[in-house]
Design a protein around this ligand. Structure first.
Ligand code: ADP
Ligand code: ZN
Length: 693
């Protein structure tokens, strides 16, 4: 038999091998093509990863492929190489990365191409109409140029408006270019308002002028929306890409990236898996942001690490930017793996917002509190309103109240499926679980004893209500994940345009936005941010507070940053007062052997049966201990929320030294888990998370 007729195929599954298939006479396949195949009696669309394979499986066990999906673009070798890098690092299967990279495979190829053509024709038609109807010559000319470009199948790059860089910015730019010439990833550590974005745009302009593509990553969609307008001023052809865009739109972007000579994509982490070619620059803005880490499903990748892998595969330079870099990146700069460039000066001269820490325990004793607010903060809000300035309030919990309790029996209402209290949401009144989404009507009566239920604490909704009662004339808006997605952009725009006086929200409001009228920012109940049970809690809190503080006083006016807390002496606040906490935090991590000095692989065992979760996670831990360095394995233990959506959860934490054996150790973990799953017929219960957030 002709051995050239065998191929290997990547399937969108958690498989640690790539199955063999036979290519029937009369069919032809090439690397990177997609083929329809049967696996375990189900049909999949797989990617040809090897042609002319020599099967290790018995030939009579090898199935023929069903068909070749000829209309689909071929997947490049570099793309597959990146999938392999990601799979190896994050201990998942290549197929799982493939599945993440090509999420909507069901659409038939010819159909897709026909639709793309249709859309293009429709767009041209609209432009022709606009040209006829345009009143002004300039407008007509612009439409005409756009149409000509479409007809030539071109995209233009960078003919928009740019700001010339300041001397300080130019010096930073030089430093970045020097780092790039040395072949290093560069970390741009620039205070908020220092003009990092302008530097990104200048670098993008240069890269595109060289005829190479640019990928500009942001942690969240909400941020990409505001940035989009700014980037589009400089690059009218910027393409925005994130997983909430329609499938058709995403395919459009993928087609352009694949075929246009040089493109600029502004996107969230999933844009890393576009069919890049000719990539010259990857920008990872706000590199410290935890939204860059994918929680679930696999691949549980971090955009920063993956950007570096992509950069290597593409020969692209990688620029990480942040006002509050991750300890991970600072450490990488310290050991010379990255080059760090500092930008300490704000573009519009001005200092950081002044800090005022309010001790809520002491204030309450002195009658200095009104509901969730200290009188001190209320005075500042009043003053800001009077001066025509704007305020943002951060409360890290959405809902009206994080819990409800019975006033007679003390019972706290819990989710029937999870080990967490239910949050009260008003208008309409409902109890909602923030973990599994369970929701039930709320009638303020205890189901156990019929007593009256009362709300415990205050979430964003309650804060909004209290505030509206105190400042009835103020225009108040709220932004959290209860905000319908379609309203988000409008709320942000209204605040940016000064149509809203006070914005209340969760972490969403602390990031990236450039609001010129904002002069007061305040944290209500900072304690919920300080008390996270995690060795990264301090790092996270400092980053969050610094980011938030940077929102205010951006146009030379001095802003004010108020923090309400029960723990005014917490050392996190020392960092906000100017103390350099990074060294202290790094020392602490070194001393306790935490990342960045080690790597964590977290195993998560989930089982609807509590005893089995305990028993099997304990067995798994015992199996792992002998194959790993002494003391590397801790657990199993129950996390703070130990039951979610009917599944009991146990964690096993593995801390591995960052030495030459790291990869081998990680592979040993994966092999051990996989053997355990087979031995115990326990597939689907164990999750591996490398570098958990
Ligand atoms: P960062 O990204 O570091 O927070 P930005 O790039 O948003 O800072 O810059 C802060 C403000 O300063 C923005 O309003 C920006 O338009 C302005 N700015 C920065 N650099 C320049 C420049 N070279 N010329 C004009 N305006 C600038
Ligand atoms: Zn629940």
């Amino acid at each position: 038999m002709d051995e050239n007729r065998y191929i290997q195929v990547i399937l969108p599954l958690r498989l640690d091998w790539e199955p063999y298939y036979r290519v029937p006479e009369g069919m032809d396949v090439a690397m990177g093509e997609r083929v329809k195949v049967l696996f375990a009696r189900r049909e999949y669309s797989g990617v040809v990863s090897c042609t002319g394979a020599v099967p290790t499986t018995a030939p009579d066990k090898i199935l023929p492929i069903q068909s070749v999906e000829s209309g689909l673009p071929r997947i490049g070798e570099k793309e597959i190489a990146l999938w392999r890098d990601v799979a190896k690092y994050y201990l998942c299967s290549v197929g799982e990365v493939y599945k993440a990279a090509y999420p909507s495979l069901k659409i038939q190829s010819e159909e897709t191409q026909a639709r793309t053509r249709e859309r293009l024709e429709a767009r041209k038609e609209r432009l022709r109409e606009k040209i006829l109807r345009a009143r002004r010559d300039e407008t007509r000319q612009r439409y005409r140029e756009e149409l000509e470009q479409l007809e030539r199948g071109e995209t233009t790059v960078g003919n928009g408006s740019f700001h010339p860089l300041s001397d300080t910015q130019n010096k930073a730019l030089e430093g970045i270019l020097k780092g790039f010439s040395a072949g290093k990833t560069v970390l741009l550590n620039g205070v908020t308002g220092s003009g990092k974005t302008e530097i990104y745009l200048e670098l993008a302009r240069r890269t595109l002028a060289e005829g190479r593509s640019v990928l500009y990553l942001v942690p969240e969609i909400a941020l990409s929306r505001q940035l989009e307008m700014r980037v589009a001023d400089a690059f009218p052809d910027v393409m925005v890409y994130h997983s909430a865009e329609s499938g058709a739109r995403r395919r459009d972007v993928a087609d352009k990236v694949r075929s246009a000579p040089a493109t600029l994509v502004l996107g969230t982490r999933s844009a890393l898996f576009l069919p890049h070619r000719n990539l010259g620059l990857i920008i990872v803005d706000e590199e410290h942001d935890t939204s860059y880490k994918q929680d679930s499903p696999a691949p549980r990748y971090h955009a920063r690490e993956t950007a570096i892998m992509l950069g290597i595969r593409q020969g692209a330079r990688v620029l990480l930017g942040s006002a509050t870099p991750s300890l991970e990146s600072l450490y990488n700069a310290e050991i010379g793996r990255f080059v760090k460039v500092d930008l300490k000066e704000r573009f519009y001269t001005g200092d950081d917002a002044a800090l005022m820490v309010v001790d809520t325990v002491a204030e309450r004793r002195k009658n200095g509190m009104a509901g969730s607010f200290s009188l001190k903060l209320l005075a500042e809000i009043r003053r800001t309103l009077d001066e025509g300035g704007q305020t943002i309030l951060l409360r890290a919990r959405r809902s009206y109240a994080p819990a409800v309790q019975c006033t007679s029996c003390g019972h706290i209402r819990k989710c029937p499926h999870c080990n967490v209290s239910l949050s009260l949401h008003r208008h309409p009144d409902r109890l909602v679980c923030h973990y599994c989404g369970h929701s039930e009507p709320y009638d303020a009566l205890c189901p156990d004893c019929g007593g009256a239920l009362t709300a415990l604490g205050a979430g964003t909704q309650k804060i909004e209500e209290e505030l509206a009662a105190i400042f009835p004339e103020a225009r108040i808006a709220r932004l959290d994940s209860d905000t319908p997605e379609k309203d988000e952009a409008g709320i942000i725009r209204a605040f940016a345009d000064g149509e809203t006086d006070i914005l209340i929200g969760t972490q969403m409001v602390t990031k990236g936005f450039d609001f010129s009228g904002l002069s007061l920012v305040a944290v209500i109940q900072a304690d919920s941010i300080l008390s996270l049970h995690d060795f990264r809690a301090d790092e996270r809190a400092i980053q969050l507070f610094e980011q938030f503080r940077g929102r205010s006083g951006r146009r030379g006016k001095k802003g004010l940053f108020v923090i309400q807390t029960r723990e005014p002496d917490h050392h996190v606040f020392a960092s906000l007062e100017g103390a350099d906490e990074c060294e202290r935090l790094l020392d602490e991590r070194r001393q306790f052997g935490y990342p960045p000095f080690t790597r964590i692989v977290q195993l998560i065992v989930k089982d609807p049966n509590e005893k089995r979760a305990d028993f099997l996670s304990a067995q798994l831990a015992e199996k792992l201990r002998p194959v790993l360095p002494q003391g590397a394995v801790t657990g199993p233990y129950a996390p703070a929320v130990d039951r979610i959506a009917e599944q009991y959860i146990r964690h096993i934490r593995i801390m591995l030294p960052r030495d030459r054996q790291l990869t081998a150790h990680k592979e040993a973990v994966a092999a051990c888990v996989s053997a355990f799953e087979k031995e115990r017929k326990y597939t689907g219960h164990i999750v591996l998370d490398v570098d958990p957030a």
